[in-house]
Design a protein. Sequence first.
Length: 107
Amino acid sequence: MQYFNHHYKYLSFSVNKKNSDQNWVSFFSRFERENTGFVNNLSKKHPELTQSQFKVCVFLRSGYSTKSIATELGLSIRSVESHCYRIRKRFDLNHTINLATYLYSIS
């Protein structure tokens, strides 16, 4: 799997961290089964994503709100908003394109 080859250090790091990170691994496993191809395609299309940015993308694709993402990742709402802003810049999306809509377009 492209994700595990490209992001192996991130997954290994998450497994060894605190309980919330174990929840991430469990959530991500379910997400990947339900969204076959998304993780691989996102990793191929945007290999420059940081671990946090990748997680925000997965949560957005799952329909989480900014507030919910902040709670799940233990971040402030403003931090999640900053991640979204930086992701949009990396993806070169103009202000009229919704980030979640763009992520849904990646199959």
